[in-house]
Structures are given as C-alpha cells and as structure tokens.
Design a protein around this ligand. Structure first.
Ligand SMILES: Nc1ncnc2c1ncn2[C@@H]1O[C@H](COP(=O)(O)OP(=O)(O)OP(=O)(O)O)[C@@H](O)[C@H]1O
Ligand SMILES: [Mg+2]
Length: 500
C-alpha cells in the first residue's frame, strides 16, 4: 500500500520523515552489537563476546531460556541467553534492557563459510533517551571491561612453545600450545621465607602498577633472572609465578629461532598477561655476540676445497648451529622493540651459570630482579617437610638442619628423599632416609675434596722435578699419587695403552 500511495522517488524521503516523527515520540535509544563486524566475517567481534560474558553472569539467573556454548580452545561452558530473550540490567539506578536476536541474512553465500546452521546474532541494548550519555560513556565501558575480566577469570591458561622457524610456512602457527596445569605454587615452593615474600610482593606490585608504569614512562614489563644449580627450583618458580598471576607461559626455545627477525615475530605473537621464558640462556646462544674462531685444522682443510663444496658445508654449519639470534637481537627483544609491543609481560631467564652471562644482558632495567635459587637450607627443608610429610616439627629436624649447613644438597634431592616410597614408610623413616643420604653425601664430598687435593699436589710436583727429600711435601698421600702418575706416564710411553 505504501508503494502504491507514493511514487518511488518520494518513498525514501517519506520513510525518513516517518522515522524522524517516530523517534521524536519514541522515548528510547537502541544500540545493536553484531556478532560479526561488517569488514571481518570470520572474526567474532570482541565487544560481542564481552557482552555475552557480561550478560551470562549478570543475566543467567534472570533469563529463562539459556543457550550453552563451549568456547573454542578453552573447554569452559558459557551460558548466554537464548534468542529473543530479554533481560534487564541496572546501572546507577538506570534500567537497561538487553535482547538477543538472530539476523536473517539477505545474502546467504556470505555466511556459508561458517556453516549454514549458525546465523549471526546480535545484542540490542535499549535505554531511555535521557540516559543516553551515561550509557554510551560509562555503562558500555563497564560492560566491556567486566566482560574481559570474566574472560580472564574463567579462561584456561596455556603453555606455548615456539615452532621451528623453518616450519612456519603454510598454515603452521609460530606458537603451539597446550593447557597449562603445573601444580607448583608459592606455597609448595621451598625457599627462604623472607626471599619468598619479597618476590611475592614484587609480583603483586607489578600486577597492579599499570598506571605507575605509564606515569614514569616505562613499558609495563619486568625482567627476572633466576640462577642457581640444577634442581633448585627455577622452573618450579616460573610455574608458581604463572599460577599466582594467572598468566600464560611462552616457553621460548631460542635454538629453534632462525634469526633476529623471527625472534621479533615471535614476540609480537605473544599476548599480554604472560610470562616469556628463556631457559638455560647460557646454552641457548653464543652470548658474546661473536662467532667462535674456527679451529686451525679446519682452516687448513678449507683452503684446498672448491667453492661449491665450501658453500654446501657452510649451509650445513648453519643448520647445525640452528640459530643466528645474536646478543644484540636479544637485547632489542627485551628493551628496544620490546617496549613497543604489548604490555603486562614478565620475561624470565634461567641459567646455571650466572658468571657466563654478558653483563649487558643482566643489567638492571633489562633483568630487573636477580633471584638466586640455591642449595637446600634449613628453612627450605622445613617447607619441604611440611609439604611432603605434613610435618611441622620433629626431634630429627635439628640434626637435619645442622647437616644441611655442612653439606650441599639441592631441594630436588631432599624432596626425593622425603617422599615415602611405600605405604609402610612414615615421616620418621623418611627423615632418617634423608639423614642417611646426607651422611653419604658428606662422606662423598670429603673423599672428593681429598682426591682433588691429591691431584693438585701431584700435578704441582710433576711440574717441578721430584725432589728426593722435599721437606715441604706432606707425607704419603701425595707421594703415592705422584708415583701413580709416573707409572701411568711410563705405561703410555711403552705403548701399553695402544695395545689395549
Ligand atoms: N625450591 C623447591 N621447592 C620445591 N620443590 C623443589 C624445589 N627445588 C626443586 N624442587 C623439586 O625438584 C624438581 C626439579 O626442580 P626444578 O625443575 O624446578 O629445578 P631447576 O632449578 O629448574 O633445575 P634445572 O636447572 O635443571 O632446570 C621439581 O619438580 C620439584 O619437585
Ligand atoms: Mg629448570
């Protein structure tokens, strides 16, 4: 009837005036949020997802028909209101209506990529006209922030590892992940309580310092260097950090990164709220920034080679070496470009040998906090005893404390000894096992020290000429060692070893 009454050219104008007239008397504002934005049919709108999460918490007990969906990669169920349901929300005494609907596509082909069964949905917010400013400026931000926070709270955390650079082509992603479920926490981590509290405080302060970092003009990142012998809890500490802050972990294997460019790509591929870990940094690359000089023998050989062969060998060398990431590339990764990409990240390096690292790498600002993980002390032992045996005190504790002061043993070894090996083993038996082991370790250390001293003296003496009546040389032990050494030398010269 409408088109009969008015000729085509007037229809648009008439519609416009009708809409205007209606909106004049219609006391509400409506805002719609579509599941898929016009320019990206594949990527779900983040605003839509946030609203969905917000409403799932704030409406779940009010809407009567709910729709359950499993979030990809996450295995958690999100309950959202079903289509054509309406819920209300209140904000600052203002009433807001939300409805969820499906859009009937005019051009089916556009959506066929996602499967025909899923029509894109949208949420419609309705509020009174006079609240328009509050709603658009304050309420919507609140909804989106809250939705994001819910996503963080309910997400499953992930452990990422980088794929080899050569395999990036095609559909392969640069990071692969699995669900991160390491049980280590700061409660189970055994170390000096004072040091532990300090680290805890440091992390908690970091987490809430977004504005502070902005104020001082620093990017919101913090570097930790964990160093100490194997088995002292460095990796456990990283897992505990991730569990405390609820961050993801990116375990960066530098040897499978081709060069600095790829390193940067990997960095850009990390998300915020994450810990980027490089374990055993001293082993991962030649941190002096120089190539090691070639051995003489190789050089001589190379002169004789024809260029083609040489090229092939260079290529092979490259493959063997794997990575061309340099120290300066790594430093850029930490502070140069590092500052420009994303925020709220921790970067953690671990090493067994602090002294091997280039000072440039570990200066403050790059590695802000150096944490030493060291051999088991009494305090560390007490935490382990509590965790492994549920013992807070015992008459044997004192002995163990004294022995730990005399002998170096890693928390990993102590923990292993404290663990009951059968149903019959109770706390006391386990503590005695530990004492026995500590005694053995002490004896072993004593013998080793003796042996070392012997070798030392023997070498010194062999260097000089053996003095017939050297008053300096202490009695028998050293003498025997020297004799042994001489015998071995003789044997070598006589070709006995060759014959063997
Ligand atoms: N400080 C500690 N507190 C609690 N458990 C510990 C501690 N140190 C070691 N352990 C135990 O020993 C095991 C090995 O520790 P972890 O892997 O953390 O050592 P690491 O310092 O990373 O060693 P590496 O230098 O060889 O990587 C852990 O699984 C944990 O059970
Ligand atoms: Mg480790």
């Amino acid at each position: 009837a409408f088109s009969q009454l008015f000729p085509d050219e007037y229809q648009r104008d008439v519609r416009k005036y009708v809409n205007k007239a209606v909106s004049y008397v219609y006391p509400y504002v409506e805002i719609t949020f579509h599941e898929y934005q016009v320019d990206s049919w594949f990527e779900r709108s983040t605003a839509f997802s946030s609203i969905e999460r917000y409403l799932s918490i704030n409406s779940a007990n009010r809407a009567k028909r709910l729709k359950a969906s499993v979030v990809k990669d996450c295995e958690s169920v999100v309950l959202s209101m079903d289509d054509n349901e309406e819920v209300t929300d209140e904000f600052d005494g203002i009433r807001i209506w939300w409805t969820s609907s499906k859009k009937i596509p005019q051009q089916r082909a556009l959506f066929s990529y996602r499967g025909a069964e899923e029509e894109p949905r949208f949420y419609k917010l309705t509020c009174r006209k006079e609240h328009r400013d509050v709603i658009t400026n304050v309420y919507l931000k609140h909804v989106l922030d809250e939705g994001k926070a819910i996503a963080v709270r309910t997400r499953q955390r992930k452990l990422y590892t980088n794929n080899k650079s050569e395999n990036w082509r095609g559909n392969k992603k640069i990071w692969s992940h699995i669900v991160f479920a390491h049980p280590s926490t700061f409660d189970t981590l055994a170390m000096d309580p004072k040091k532990k509290t300090e680290i805890l405080n440091d992390l908690m302060t970091f987490r809430k310092s977004k504005d502070y970092y902005k104020k001082v003009g620093k990017s919101w990142k913090r570097g930790y260097l964990l160093y100490g012998p194997p088995g002292t809890g460095k990796s456990s500490m990283i897992a505990a950090m991730a569990n405390l802050l609820e961050y993801d972990i990116y375990d960066l294997e530098l040897t499978s990164v081709k060069d600095n460019t790829d390193l940067r790509k990997l960095l850009i591929g990390t998300s915020s709220k994450s810990i980027i870990v490089i374990e055993d940094i001293d082993c991962s690359l030649d941190l002096t920034g120089q190539r090691k000089p070639k051995k003489k023998k190789e050089e001589v050989k190379e002169d004789k080679k024809d260029p083609l062969e040489k090229e092939a060998e260079d290529e092979e060398d490259k493959k063997k070496k794997g990575s061309e990431v340099t120290l300066s590339g790594l430093l850029n990764f930490i502070d140069g470009l590092w500052s420009a990409c994303g925020s709220e990240r921790l970067i953690v390096f671990t090493t067994n040998y602090l002294e091997k690292l280039d000072p440039a790498l570990i200066r403050r600002g790059r590695m802000d906090k150096h944490i030493e993980m060291s051999y088991c002390c009494y305090e560390t032992f007490k935490v382990l005893a509590k965790n492994y045996l549920d013992l807070e005190s015992h008459e044997l504790f004192e002995t163990i404390g004294r022995m730990l002061g005399e002998t170096k043993m890693t928390p990993a070894d102590v923990a292993e000894n404290l663990m009951p090996k059968s149903d019959e083993e109770n706390g006391e038996i386990c503590l005695n096992n530990l004492i026995k082991c500590l005694e053995d370790a002490k004896e072993e250390a004593r013998l080793k020290a003796l042996e070392d001293a012997r070798i030392n003296i023997a070498e010194k003496e062999a260097g000089e000429k053996v003095q017939e009546n050297g008053e300096k040389v202490q009695e028998s032990d050293a003498r025997i060692a020297t004799d042994d050494k001489l015998q071995v030398n003789d044997a070598k010269e006589n070709g006995v070893f060759v014959a063997l």
